[in-house]
Design a protein around this ligand. Structure first.
Ligand code: ADP
Ligand code: MG
Ligand code: ZN
Length: 642
């Protein structure tokens, strides 16, 4: 039987190895980002090269195919261009719209992946009005169809839906229009249920098909077909019948959120054999992304926002996204007091009041809507010049969607997020019931804390996409500003915090983040302080950054307590806290340099001579090299490994 010393030795060695792996993982991660960026550059190059050489190899067949659809000399091109201008009153295509339209006009099946607000609807609406017959549109929600119908009606396009609340006369008119040769009827919207459940409707479709009237099928939110997607709808499963019954009718599938695996699944379910797939970039080049530290006093903060609205955004339209209904009301009232035309908007309002706010804002009678996330669906005002986040979003996906409501007219717009440490825990308590809520929130926290990497590069990672920070054009705070950094080892800080947490645990006390900070600073309730722990010599922002880093890195975790009125978050030791028992464990963190703090961080001494620690040191040495390599880090970043 091994002695405790021997076991301890073995345990130490395992922990050393774990540490080394940890470092390797972060190395590999950086390498992945770098390789992806190179891949992207090479792909672009290849695309340019194949455009110039018509004798491209078969592996790039699809790239060449897609390229050939950019032309404007198809038999239908003149008509399409004319309708874009005269019916839709739009002056130019957005990226990928022209290709998609040409592909579907030429009778081929196509899948289009494009972010929300990118302009997917035009890709079937414009072909619909530029072709004989009508287009069948499958959409998941009646409310979305109604929005579309209102829009089409304003444009003078003949379109309709068939649903449970339609009148008999309406149904009769539609079913007639589907077959009548001389009809100007262009778009028919139905839910998948209609296909699944109405034999009568299917028989009419069949007739329309044989009469050559069914010109095209558009499946909106096509990812709903797949069980792997987040939005699976069983009725979408039956849609394969369309391609089987009407094999000659081209199908266009549209979605904002499908990975290639989900698309393959949808393809199978819809019985579409070889669709061309187009994927638009999630990059919004006209949006300027910025994260600011939120002022701690509410008055200062409100004043800050008011200054922006009456100064830089004078007479311009915007949205402020707030954490809670209460916040949205509070902020709106305070802005009103300062003479700003602001109104709140949240789910707990009468429907009529909500649509009043929406309409008045659309008509520029209100300058700012101060809203919760309830202000979302169907918001597509083109000239929104600013989106202010009063507190961080609950996930990167949410942030992308919310900030994405700015600048739909492709003109420059700003997205400013105000980040504060205490907001993390408010949001955390809100998402506590969600499956991966915490994980998603921490990704958002990492985004806010990162004052170094291009915001676009960070957002891209969440969409499995690669953006090159070079393409940012200084349209984010991190690319624009010179931030000086030091890379510091915060292991000793972490150990001090662990001591405080362990002592509290032994006293049967739970520490909120604020109590933890107080104790660290030698403030607050005296029994929660630890004698051997000295204040860290960091400013408040740095202290909060250290704790947030330790949370995100899982040295700490949150623990929740539910009262009838509220959910409280406490800090507890996390799964990785055990690693700190090892004296040589390091936790590296990039910290913004602050001239007011001397000796920002004490670093633990790495003893040399020990094989394992030498290994870790070597890892660190290796790590240092690529970090100081110009290709990895922008030049402005000043690196000092403390
Ligand atoms: P999606 O379905 O991709 O979320 P929509 O089709 O609803 O997006 O379009 C979003 C907004 O973009 C609409 O207001 C639409 O009028 C506008 N839009 C679409 N195409 C263009 C274009 N080529 N130029 C300007 N605006 C466009
Ligand atoms: Mg859409
Ligand atoms: Zn950038």
């Amino acid at each position: 039987m091994a002695s405790p010393e021997e076991i301890q030795q073995e345990l130490d060695s395992v922990e050393y190895e774990l540490q080394a792996i940890e470092l390797q993982i972060s190395e590999l991660h950086e390498r992945q980002v770098e390789l992806n960026s190179t891949k992207n550059r090479l792909k672009k190059k290849l695309k340019q090269a194949t455009e110039q050489s018509p004798s491209a190899g078969t592996s790039t067949a699809q790239a060449v195919d897609l390229q050939s659809f950019v032309k404007k000399d198809f038999p239908w091109s003149k008509k399409v261009q004319k309708n874009l201008d005269e019916i839709f009153h739009l002056s130019a295509f957005r990226p990928l719209q022209l290709q998609t339209i040409n592909i579907t006009m030429s009778g081929k099946d196509v899948f289009l992946v494009m972010p929300t607000g990118g302009g997917k609807s035009l890709c079937y609406q414009l072909p619909a009005v530029s072709s004989e017959g009508f287009t069948l549109v499958i959409a998941p929600l009646v409310s979305l169809m109604e929005d579309q119908l209102m829009y089409l009606e304003r444009l003078g396009i003949s379109a309709a839906t068939l649903n449970a609340s339609s009148t008999k006369e309406h149904n009769k008119w539609v079913l007639n229009a589907m077959l009548e040769k001389s009809s100007e009827f262009k778009l028919l919207y139905v839910t998948p249920e209609k296909i699944a459940k109405s034999k009568m409707f299917m028989s009419k479709l069949e007739k329309a098909y044989h009469a050559g009237r069914l010109t095209r099928i558009a499946v909106d939110e096509v990812h709903c077909c797949s069980q792997w997607g987040h939005d699976f709808r069983p009725d979408y499963k039956v849609l394969g019948i369309l391609k089987r019954q009407f094999p000659n009718v081209p199908l266009i599938g549209l979605t904002a959120t499908a990975t290639s695996n989900i698309l393959k699944d949808c393809q199978k379910i819809l019985c579409v054999e070889n669709p061309l797939t187009l994927t638009a970039s999630f990059n919004r080049p006209n949006l300027y992304y910025e994260v600011r530290d939120k002022p701690s006093s509410t008055e200062d903060f409100t004043e800050d926002i008011a200054k922006l609205i009456t100064g830089r955004y004078k007479d311009q339209s915007g949205i402020i996204y707030c954490f809670s209904q209460k916040d949205s009301e509070y902020v709106a009232v305070n802005l009103q007091k300062m003479g700003i035309r602001a109104k709140h908007y949240h789910a707990n309002m009468e429907a009529a009041d909500k649509s009043d706010v929406h309409r008045n804002w659309t008509d520029n009678k209100i300058q700012v809507v101060v809203a919760t996330v309830a202000f979302g669906m169907g918001i597509d005002k083109p000239d929104v010049r600013f989106i202010i986040h009063h507190s961080l979003s609950k996930s990167m996906e949410n942030y992308y969607q919310e900030s994405g409501r700015a600048g739909r007219d492709d003109k420059k717009a700003d997205c400013i997020l105000y980040y504060s440490f205490t907001d993390i825990f408010k949001v955390s308590a809100m998402v506590v019931m969600e499956n991966v809520g915490q994980q998603k929130l921490y990704q958002m926290v990492s985004f806010c804390q990162d004052k170094e990497r291009c915001r676009r590069v960070q957002i891209a990672q969440h969409f499995d996409e690669v953006w090159d920070s070079k393409d940012c054009n200084q349209m984010c705070d991190n690319c624009r500003h010179d931030n000086a950094f030091i890379i510091v080892n915060i292991a000793n800080h972490a150990k001090d915090l662990v001591k405080i947490l362990e002592q509290a645990h032994s006293l049967d006390e739970k520490l909120t983040p604020l109590k933890l900070i107080d104790s660290w600073l030698g403030k607050g309730i005296s029994k929660l302080r630890v004698l051997s722990v000295a204040p860290p010599g960091l400013n408040r922002v740095q202290i909060e950054a250290v704790i947030a880093h330790l949370l995100v890195q899982q040295y700490f975790r949150e623990d929740f307590s539910f009262t009838p009125y509220t959910t409280i978050s406490y800090i507890k030791l996390g799964p990785k806290a055990g690693l700190l028992k090892n004296d040589k464990h390091t936790i590296m963190m990039r910290m913004k340099k602050d001239s007011t703090t001397k000796d920002p961080v004490k670093s633990p001494k790495l003893s040399s001579g020990d094989k394992n620690s030498a290994e870790v040191k070597k890892e660190r040495g290796d790590r240092k090299r690529p970090l100081s390599d110009d290709s990895r880090m922008p030049k402005k970043v000043k690196k000092e490994v403390v």
